[in-house]
Design a binder for this molecule. Structure first.
Ligand SMILES: Cc1cc2nc3c(=O)[nH]c(=O)nc-3n(C[C@H](O)[C@H](O)[C@H](O)COP(=O)(O)O)c2cc1C
Length: 188
């Protein structure tokens, strides 16, 4: 089983990392980690290369990420909530998934740019807590999962981290472990 993790916190030791680690301790197989703040991955520059050709004109770390997206069995998106959605650098990385969208909808050659169908999970930490605070996040993540042919099996929101650190949030940690076990069952 191969899992791709997109990690969206600016901090290396973060609430999101605590939640992610609970999941990774249970998850079987190989993991590829994309640290969105530190990876050499530029945002899409709308050059329209992918309107005519497979892949992307920007030759950075996204190239090996594209290859892994095509072959992996699971995707985990782990991010703090920033401005109601994923962090900025994570959104930059996700804009590069546009090349898969172009294969499907513009060149209509998705058979040549085939992505293995897979399962995904979302892990989010938030400082606050308000009604419908998940809406923007779910919309963005739905886009990203859709571009990667990924069916989301569940999500964990560890909220109010300022007052309630993730390491003390046993309910959230338990759900993260549960989602890992479900991914093991579905992808193993
Ligand atoms: C730029 C920025 C924007 C944020 N926006 C939100 C937000 O929209 N809603 C919220 O509940 N918390 C927001 N927060 C708080 C973080 O989501 C919260 O502190 C989170 O647990 C940090 O996780 P980390 O330690 O994994 O980076 C924001 C924090 C930063 C730095």
């Amino acid at each position: 089983m191969k899992t791709l993790v997109f990690y969206g916190s600016p901090l290396e030791n973060s609430h999101t990392k605590v939640l992610l680690n609970a999941m990774l301790e249970e998850l079987k197989g190989e993991i590829k980690f994309v640290d969105c703040y530190r990876a050499n991955i530029a945002p899409c520059k709308d050059c329209k290369y992918c309107f005519k050709r497979q892949g992307c004109s920007i030759k950075d770390d996204m190239q090996e990420t594209y290859a892994y997206i095509k072959e992996c069995d699971a995707v985990i998106i782990a991010t703090p909530m920033h401005f109601g959605t994923v962090s900025g650098p994570m959104l930059n990385v996700f804009t590069r998934l546009q090349s898969f969208w172009s294969s499907r909808h513009i060149r209509q050659e998705d058979a040549k740019d085939k992505i293995k169908e897979k399962y995904g999970a979302l892990l989010v930490t938030t400082g606050g807590n308000w009604v419908n605070m998940e809406l923007l996040m779910e919309g963005t993540v739905d886009f990203a999962f859709d571009h990667m042919e990924t069916e989301q099996i569940g999500s964990v929101y560890a909220k109010e981290t300022d007052n309630y650190p993730v390491k003390e949030n046993e309910k959230a940690l338990k759900k993260a472990r549960y989602l890992a076990k479900r991914l093991n069952e579905l992808c193993g």
